[in-house]
Design a protein around this ligand. Structure first.
Ligand SMILES: Nc1ncnc2c1ncn2[C@@H]1O[C@H](COP(=O)(O)OP(=O)(O)OP(=O)(O)O)[C@@H](O)[C@H]1O
Length: 710
C-alpha cells in the first residue's frame, strides 16, 4: 500500500487537515466538488418535476415519491459523497473508474459520477484481494473530515508483489474508523465493511443465514446493511412484502434505529420480539414461562383448536319448500374428515363447510330428479339450518377463548396435552385462580406468543419478504415459531451469540433454532473478528467463556488499541468509588460513558450521580422513587439517552449497546440478580463486552470466582 497522506495517528485520521499540497488529493477533492454539484442538479431537477397522474390518489402518491426523492438528494456538507474508488480493467469494458458512495449520483447525460455501495459494480471494492483481484487494479480508500477528503490510501491489486492489505492493521483509514471513540447511536459501516461481512450482506434474497458471532463482531451492523442491500437489489418485491428488524428491546432499537434511515431506507419496520406478538400485562415464574415457550406447546394448541370440530352426531336436515332434505351423519362426517385433512387453516376450512354441506344436499336433490343450479347451492349454503349446523360442528373460535379454556380447565388441558406434558407440567400451566372472563385475563408475554400461535392455526399469518432477528439466542422455541411464520414465504437473517443467551429458554444450538424458525438446514456462518472490544477487555471477559459456553471460539480483537482495563476495589464505598470512576472517565477521553449496574441498584446509583451533579440519562427510562433522576432534576430528566454522555444502564438492558467507556458496578450483584449462576455469568459477559476504549470494574464484594481465574 502506498500512503499519500499522513494523519498524525490512526485514530486522528478523521481530524487530519486536508493535504492541499498533494495534487492527487486536490484532484479527488475537485471530483467531490463536481459530484456535489451534480447532486444539487439532480435535486433541482426532481423539485422541478410536476406530479401528474390519472387520479387524485395516484397523484398524491407520486408527489410523495418525488418529495422523498428530493429529500434523499439533500447534501450533508459534513459528510462525503464517496468513501472509495476502484479502477478496474476488463476485456469487455476496458478501464473503468468507479467512486463508491452511499447513493448513486449521475451527471446530466446519465453517466454515473458516484455508484451506490450496493450496486454490483461496488462488490469488488469490498471483496477484491491480491489473491482474487476481481479485475481491480487500484482500490483507493478516502479519509474524510467534515465533508473534506483528508487522505487516501491505495492498494495496487494487480501487482503480483502486492501483499494482502485488506485487514485494518494495514489501513490507517480503516483503523481510524474502528478506533473512533463512540458517541451517540450506532452509525453505518458502509465505508469499511469487511470481506467476510460483505459475503453475508450480499447473500441472495432467498437465502436464510444464521450468524453466530462473539460480542462486537459486527452482527447487528451486518444485519442492518443486509436489509439495506436487499431493499436496493430487490426493491419492487421487498417494498411490497416488507422488511422487518426484530431486536430485544426498545433501548436497543433506539441505538440501532438511525442506521437504515442514514442509508436512505426509511420504510423498514423495527420492533421488539414482545411487540411482535402483542401487549402483555401479566407476569409469571420463569419455570412457567419456560414451559410455555417449549415447542411441545405448539402441538398442544394444535390439538386444542382442532378438537373443537365436533363429530357428526346428528344428520343435517334442510327444509326446502315442501321437502326436507336429509344428509346422514356418516356423510357429514366424511365432509368433516376431508376438510380436517386438507392442510388448510381452521377458519378457511370452516368457511368451506356450508358449501360442502349444501353440495351434499344438492346431490340428494338431483338424486330425486331435481336439476338445481349454482344459485340453489348458494341459497342452501346460506340458509339458517345449514349455517346453524355448521356453527355447531365447526365453531367460531378466537385465540383468547382457546387459551382461556386450556388454562382454566384441567380436563381441557389434559385432553390436549395428553401424552405431551407430564401431570406436573400441566399443573403449573393451569391458573390457580382463573379470571372470571377471558376479557379479565392478564396475559403474560409467553401467553401472547401462544395466542399468536393459535391465531396462526386459525388463519395463516401474513409473511414478510425478509426478517432480521437480532439477539436470536434469547428466543424460546415458541417465539422462534412466531418469527418464522412471518417469514414462511420470505427469508431470514438470524443473528446471535450462544454465549450471550440470558433467558431461561436461551437456545443451545443454532440447528435447533433454525428448525423452530422453519428454516432447517440454513447456513450458519461464524464471525470471529471483534471490532468493538479491545484486546485487554475481551481477554478479561473471555475468562467467563468456559463457564457459559464451552466450545465457542475466543473472539479475536482486531483493534490495534489494546484498551484500558481497571479493576477498582471500593473498600466499602461503592457509590463514591463509582462516582469517581465516572468523573475520571469523563475527563480522560471523549465519547459516551456507560455505567452498568444491577437493575436493583439503579435507583441508588442514579441518586449518587445526581448528588454529584453528573448529568446523565437512564436507558429504559428513569428509575422510580425519590432521590432519583425522576422528577427531581428537570435537566437530567429532560435529557434524551442519545444526547447524554453518561448513560446509566440496568444490566438487563445492556445487550447490543456499546459505549466508549464502560463502568461495571458490582459484578457479583449483576450475577446474583439472575435465577442461576450460568445465566448470571452470561449477563456479566454481556456487560463486560460493551466497551470500545476502556472498561472499569468497580466492586465492593469479591469478584465472581470465574473472573478471578486466569
Ligand atoms: N467493518 C467494520 N468497520 C467498522 N466498524 C465496524 C465494522 N464491523 C463492526 N463495526 C463496529 O463494531 C461495533 C460492534 O458492532 P455490532 O454492534 O454490530 O456487533 P455485534 O456482533 O452485534 O455485537 P454484540 O453481540 O455485542 O451485540 C459497532 O460499533 C460497529 O459499528
Amino acid at each position: 500500500m502506498s500512503e499519500h497522506s499522513h494523519p498524525p495517528d490512526p485514530s486522528a485520521a478523521h481530524a487530519a487537515p486536508p493535504q492541499q499540497s498533494d495534487s492527487e488529493l486536490a484532484r479527488e477533492q475537485d471530483y467531490l466538488i463536481s459530484a456535489r454539484a451534480e447532486m444539487a442538479r439532480m435535486r433541482e431537477h426532481t423539485l422541478g418535476l410536476q406530479a401528474q397522474a390519472g387520479d387524485k390518489i395516484a397523484g398524491e402518491h407520486l408527489a410523495h415519491t418525488l418529495w422523498r426523492r428530493a429529500q434523499s438528494l439533500v447534501d450533508d456538507p459534513g459528510g462525503t459523497l464517496f468513501f472509495g474508488r476502484i479502477d478496474t480493467l476488463s476485456r469487455q469494458h476496458g478501464t473503468e473508474r468507479h467512486y463508491i458512495g452511499r447513493r448513486h449520483i449521475s451527471d446530466a447525460d446519465g453517466e454515473p459520477v458516484v455508484v451506490d455501495w450496493r450496486a454490483d459494480v461496488s462488490t469488488p471494492f469490498y471483496r477484491a484481494s491480491p489473491r482474487e483481484p476481481m479485475g481491480v487494479r487500484l482500490r483507493r480508500r478516502f479519509g474524510v473530515d467534515r465533508g473534506q477528503l483528508t487522505a487516501y490510501e491505495d492498494e495496487h491489486l494487480s501487482d503480483p508483489q502486492a501483499e494482502d492489505l485488506s485487514g485494518q492493521r494495514h489501513s490507517r483509514i480503516l483503523a481510524a474508523e474502528i478506533e473512533r471513540p463512540r458517541s451517540g447511536p450506532m452509525r453505518d459501516i458502509v465505508a469499511t465493511i469487511q470481506p467476510e461481512q460483505d459475503e453475508i450482506v450480499r447473500a441472495d434474497v432467498g437465502t436464510t443465514i444464521c450468524v453466530q458471532g462473539a460480542p462486537g463482531t459486527g452482527k447487528t451492523a451486518v444485519g442492518l446493511h443486509r436489509a439495506a442491500w436487499l431493499l436496493y437489489s430487490y426493491r419492487d418485491r421487498l417494498s411490497r412484502t416488507g422488511v422487518l428488524v426484530i431486536g430485544p428491546n426498545r433501548a436497543f432499537l433506539e441505538h440501532v434505529g438511525a442506521v437504515l434511515p442514514t442509508l436512505g431506507e426509511i420504510e423498514v419496520g423495527h420492533t421488539t420480539v414482545e411487540e411482535l406478538t402483542g401487549r402483555s400485562h401479566g407476569t409469571e415464574p420463569a419455570e412457567v414461562a419456560t414451559l410455555k415457550g417449549d415447542a411441545r406447546l405448539a402441538q398442544v394448541l394444535h390439538r386444542a383448536v382442532w378438537s373443537q370440530v365436533q363429530p357428526a352426531s346428528e344428520p343435517l336436515v334442510v327444509p326446502r319448500g315442501s321437502r326436507r332434505w336429509r344428509v346422514p351423519e356418516y356423510d357429514v362426517q366424511q365432509i368433516l374428515d376431508e376438510l380436517t385433512s386438507r392442510g388448510v387453516r381452521y377458519d378457511a376450512a370452516r368457511q368451506m363447510l356450508p358449501r360442502r354441506l349444501a353440495h351434499a344436499v344438492l346431490v340428494r336433490m338431483e338424486g330425486s330428479g331435481d336439476t338445481p343450479d349454482d344459485r340453489v347451492q348458494d341459497a342452501v349454503a346460506r340458509s339458517k339450518p345449514v349455517r346453524d349446523f355448521a356453527k355447531t360442528v365447526w365453531p367460531v373460535l378466537d385465540p383468547p377463548a382457546v387459551l382461556f379454556g386450556l388454562w382454566s380447565d384441567p380436563a381441557a388441558l389434559a385432553a390436549a396435552a395428553d401424552d405431551l406434558l407430564t401431570g406436573d407440567e400441566q399443573r403449573i400451566l393451569l391458573w390457580e385462580k382463573a379470571p372470571r372472563t377471558r376479557g379479565a385475563a392478564r396475559w403474560t408475554p409467553a401467553d401472547t406468543v401462544l395466542l399468536d400461535e393459535i391465531g396462526d392455526i386459525l388463519e395463516r399469518t401474513t409473511s414478510l419478504g425478509h426478517l432480521i432477528v437480532d439477539e436470536a439466542q434469547d428466543l424460546s422455541p415458541m417465539q422462534l415459531r412466531a418469527v418464522g411464520r412471518r417469514a414462511s414465504t420470505g427469508s431470514l437473517t438470524v443473528l446471535g451469540d450462544l454465549a450471550q443467551g440470558t433467558t431461561p429458554w436461551a437456545t443451545r444450538s443454532w440447528t435447533e433454532s433454525l428448525e423452530h424458525l422453519g428454516k432447517a438446514g440454513a447456513h450458519v456462518e461464524e464471525l470471529t473478528r471483534g471490532f468493538r472490544v479491545p484486546a485487554a477487555v475481551i481477554e478479561y471477559a473471555a475468562r467467563l467463556l468456559p463457564h457459559i459456553a464451552a466450545g465457542l471460539a475466543l473472539p479475536e480483537s482486531v483493534r490495534s488499541n489494546p484498551g484500558r482495563l481497571d479493576l477498582l476495589s471500593a473498600d466499602g464505598r461503592l457509590l463514591p468509588a463509582t462516582v469517581a470512576a465516572v468523573r475520571s472517565s469523563l475527563e480522560g477521553a471523549p465519547g459516551t460513558v456507560g455505567v452498568i449496574v444491577s437493575d436493583t441498584s439503579l435507583t441508588s446509583v442514579a441518586g449518587a450521580l445526581q448528588e454529584a451533579g453528573i448529568r446523565h440519562a437512564t436507558v429504559g427510562g428513569p428509575p422510580p422513587g425519590p432521590g432519583t433522576d425522576a422528577g427531581t432534576d428537570a435537566e437530567t430528566d429532560a435529557m434524551e439517552v442519545s444526547e447524554a454522555r453518561v448513560q446509566l444502564v440496568p444490566a438487563t438492558l445492556a445487550k447490543g449497546l456499546e459505549f466508549d467507556q464502560v463502568i461495571v458496578v458490582e459484578p457479583a450483584a449483576i450475577v446474583a440478580a439472575e435465577p442461576d449462576e450460568r445465566t448470571g455469568l452470561r449477563r456479566l459477559y454481556v456487560v463486560l463486552t460493551r466497551a470500545v476504549s476502556g472498561l472499569t470494574v468497580v466492586h465492593d464484594d469479591p469478584l465472581p470466582a470465574a473472573l478471578r481465574e486466569n
